[in-house]
Design a protein around this ligand. Structure first.
Ligand code: SAH
Length: 243
């Protein structure tokens, strides 16, 4: 993702979240990509409660303990559930409008911040990155930067819970074989751009990563990856434990 903080004028998802919060409905949150056809994010989904969350998100919320960082917290759906469970959570997001909504919805600690520029030192027992949370890493080349940041902000024994998907199914041929250009960029590296009404966001990188590749990078940078749960469609929840 574009790691700079957003401004309201280029914060389409935040605008959609703000509209939905204010009126209970929102227009189309459109998603463009050079790799895929135009798509849409149902804004209501960003306000899901525990009941409507994917099973692996529910698992992540249950396993989160100690002081928790909800990274890329959006409307605050996970942070609010954690608070309900009596857990201590800081929520951050680069979107100013989302942070405003989180505070209005009752998230006790919500701040506009970019994960990669956070000043926290050994503060968190758990970092949560949910709804293809690996996306925030952007590209494989940012893996080192990501794990160094986690080493800095996690307490000893700390853990990151992250969900992601293996996009290989998009490249599956009719005979079940995979047509992946091994000389090209990693197949999970995607670019997106969003638009909500007249608000256009800048293009950003978003990483989908298969569990094996994630494990390789984790061990290279001092973490152990564990497959906690698999979802219904090539998605999974991983725990990344600091060694
Ligand atoms: N976790 C929420 C929202 C997911 S959308 C949910 O599950 O509903 C991804 C969110 O990450 C967006 O709100 C986006 O603004 C935020 N984000 C992207 N890059 C970020 C970064 N570098 N630091 C913090 N937040 C980031």
């Amino acid at each position: 993702m574009d790691t700079a903080l957003l401004q309201e004028k280029n914060d389409p998802m935040g605008k959609a979240i703000a509209d939905y919060f204010a009126t209970g409905k929102a227009g189309k949150l459109r998603v463009f990509s050079s790799q895929f056809d135009e798509d849409e994010i149902p804004v209501k989904h960003l306000f899901r409660t525990f009941r409507d969350m994917a099973k692996l998100e529910q698992t992540a919320l249950k396993l989160a303990q100690g002081k928790i960082l909800d990274c890329g917290a959006g409307s605050g759906c996970h942070a609010l559930e954690l608070q309900q469970m009596g857990k201590e959570v800081d929520a951050i997001d680069i979107s100013p409008l989302s942070v405003e909504v989180m505070l209005k919805r009752g998230v006790v600690s919500a701040a506009q911040a970019d994960l990669f520029n956070m000043a926290a030192v050994q503060e968190y027992d758990t970092v949560l990155m949910l709804m293809n949370g690996s996306g925030i890493i952007g590209k494989l080349e940012n893996m080192e930067k990501f794990f160094m940041k986690m080493k800095q902000i996690l307490r000893p024994g700390g853990v990151v819970f992250m969900d992601s998907s293996d996009l290989k199914y998009l490249f599956e041929d009719e005979d079940g074989s995979y047509v992946i250009n091994l000389a090209g960029d990693y197949y999970g590296e995607v670019d997106f751009r969003m638009q909500y009404k007249q608000v256009k966001g800048n293009a950003f990188d978003w990483l989908y990563i298969d569990f094996q590749t994630l494990s390789l990078y984790a061990s290279k940078f001092g973490f152990k990856a564990e497959l906690i749960e698999e979802g219904k469609h090539y998605d999974y929840l991983a725990a990344l434990r600091m060694l």
